[in-house]
Design a protein around this ligand. Structure first.
Ligand code: ADP
Ligand code: UVW
Ligand code: MG
Length: 413
């Protein structure tokens, strides 16, 4: 008896605080059938950009106008896919993979979503207030559209669960910390895992042989120290607020700033939370969170933009130095995500002055624009500096496919 091949298409949903990125791809050959983005959800100026890739010559489509919430965004995505004959009702769809930002300590692997798993993701909302609610809406909406289909959660925190206690614990009273599960979890793990592995490939080595510092610089930004494929430290903590300067988040600060803002400036805890998460970082320093705009302003002689850039780069350099010391031997520094992949001046400034550590950037190689992983350090440098585009969606698709196949095999046995 001939059997038709098992479905292998995976829809990946990466729901962020104000956007949804999505991809439909075939996990068997990595072929992308459609990619898209809904941005500025909740504003008047929302925009959906959908690119069908299944048929040669298909045109990119764009819709503008208010998209009120994540549920509406996902319905619009489903409509766009249906228009290409790739609707969610397709029997070729094997599963839907969801990026979930906070998985606490419990979820160290991609997980089939049950009511109980969803309840746990919900319990973690206070420690990922910008992200987990959007992830939950994504899951619920997808479940309503395809209740029969496996939904898999791939957690940002999973890759960091290998961090030693010395890196994961805050130096606060142990009983209090344990009672409230306060520790450093780390985020962007899917990206740190993927990029550290791709960096090893770029060097022609096995991941177990190389030590890599990964700098994931998107709207949210984090650094990680990866020894032989295993994460040993990362810059985000209990929540995605700690560490580097980000688009709208402060990153590290003296916790006493919070007491001061409350006691002396009279701000409520919710106001301080909003200040540090949404009105700080680059946007707080200069009014813009887009590195392209900041560079344009710097070129025009804008002092505030210059200072914002310098603060951003200074923090980045501090983490580079710290993780160099943590690792002892560094084989590569990898830049990734929107800023890391595109902003040559950030890479140049972060690496400047590190020649004594064997870390340098070649100006000509750094200026090359490409979507391919590439080395930008001069050949004499001891440490390779690389630009390695991240692909969280591809990684989520692979992990989702592996989980559903494993699950199906178990059912068959
Ligand atoms: N060509 C570019 N030059 C400089 N910065 C860029 C460029 N393209 C994107 N960026 C930066 O990348 C950021 C978005 O990065 P991305 O990884 O897509 O973030 P997220 O996934 O957190 O939404 C933008 O806010 C902008 O600062
Ligand atoms: C965890 C996090 O900061 O994610 P993003 O960069 O998508 O905001
Ligand atoms: Mg991102």
């Amino acid at each position: 008896m001939t059997t038709s091949p098992r479905p292998s298409r995976i829809l990946v949903l990466n729901s962020g605080s104000s956007s949804v990125k999505y991809q439909l791809l075939d996990a068997r050959d990595d072929a992308r059938l459609a990619v898209g983005l809904v941005e500025r959800i909740g504003e008047e100026t929302s925009r959906l950009v959908h690119t069908p890739l299944a048929h040669e010559g298909a045109e990119r489509r764009e819709r503008t106008g208010p998209v009120a919430d994540h549920a509406s965004a996902l319905k619009a995505v489903a409509e766009e896919l249906a228009q290409d004959g790739l609707g969610l009702d397709s029997p070729e769809l094997a599963a839907i993979g969801h990026r979930v930002v906070h998985g606490g300590l419990r979820f160290t692997r991609p997980t089939v979503i049950t009511d109980e798993v969803l309840a746990e993701i919900e319990r973690l909302v206070p420690v990922a207030p910008l992200h987990n609610p959007a992830n939950i809406t994504g899951i619920r909406t997808a479940q309503a559209l395809r209740p029969d289909l496996p939904q898999v959660a791939v957690f940002d925190t999973a890759f960091h669960t290998t961090m030693p206690e010395s890196a994961a614990r805050y130096a606060i009273d142990v009983e209090t910390a344990d009672a409230h599960r306060i520790r450093r979890y780390g985020f962007h793990g899917t990206s740190h895992a993927y990029v550290s592995r791709r960096t090893a490939e770029l060097l022609g080595k096995d991941p177990s042989e190389v030590n890599v510092i990964v700098l994931h610089l998107g709207n949210g930004a984090s650094a990680s120290a990866v020894r032989g494929g295993v994460c040993v430290d990362t810059s985000m903590g209990l929540t995605p607020l700690e560490g580097l300067v980000m688009g709208t988040r402060s990153g590290d600060l003296d916790p006493a700033v919070i007491f001061h803002l409350h006691r002396v400036a009279g701000m409520s805890v919710d106001e301080i939370d909003a200040l540090l998460n949404k009105k700080s970082g680059l946007v707080g320093l200069c009014g813009d969170n887009d590195m392209r705009e900041i560079r344009r302003r710097i070129d025009e002689g804008d002092e505030r933009a210059r200072l914002a850039f310098d603060i951003y780069v200074h923090r980045l350099k501090k983490y580079l130095g710290a993780y160099y010391a943590v690792l002892g031997r560094v084989d590569a520094v990898a830049f990734t995500a929107g800023v890391g992949e595109n902003a040559a001046p950030v890479r140049e400034a972060a690496i400047a002055g590190l020649e004594e550590l064997g870390v340098a950037v070649d100006a000509e190689l750094n200026a090359v624009r490409s979507d391919e992983p590439r080395i930008i350090s001069p050949s004499y440098a001891r440490v390779a500096v690389a630009v390695v585009p991240t692909d969280e969606e591809l990684e989520i698709a692979h992990q989702t496919f592996a989980v559903v196949n494993g699950a199906t095999e178990e059912l068959n046995n």
